[in-house]
Write a protein that binds this ligand. Structure first.
Ligand SMILES: [Zn+2]
Length: 133
């Protein structure tokens, strides 16, 4: 699949069905059926018990901003998108993801509550987005 950026920068390739869930705007993680650990971004094998019995779970669309940084010198495949601000968010109920800020860096502070969503980018790409309520 090539939906998540021109370069596969998110470890989603093993996760069957994630693309469809992203298109529906769902923040999806996976839960290990054995130990109940939730992974966001989703993964199909549990690093804790090395089990592959995983199921999709809908995660919250809100969380706490852990940190952020603005990228001016973008990696290959993202040159046309720079500058952009990436945010690390602890999602309520479990999981941690990186999303692109939808808004101004002046409006965000570490520790504040933010919303996460799915945003379409040019060239049929999708990315997690982060915005202030
Ligand atoms: Zn497990």
């Amino acid at each position: 699949m090539g939906k998540l950026g021109k370069v596969e920068f998110v470890p989603f390739s093993k996760v069957d069905g994630i693309e469809e869930r992203l298109k529906e705007g769902k923040i999806s993680g996976t839960r290990c059926k054995k130990c109940n650990e939730i992974y966001l971004p989703p993964r199909m094998d549990c690093p804790v018990c090395l089990d592959e019995e995983m199921e999709f779970v809908d995660c919250e669309n809100k969380g706490t901003l852990v940190t952020f940084t603005t990228i001016h010198a973008a990696p290959a495949g993202f040159e046309d998108d720079a500058p952009y601000t990436i945010c690390l968010v602890d999602v309520e109920g479990g999981g941690r993801l990186i999303g692109w800020l939808d808004g101004s860096e002046e409006d965000i502070k570490i520790g504040m509550k933010v919303m996460v969503g799915i945003k379409d980018l040019p060239e049929d790409r999708m990315i997690y987005s982060v915005s202030v309520k």
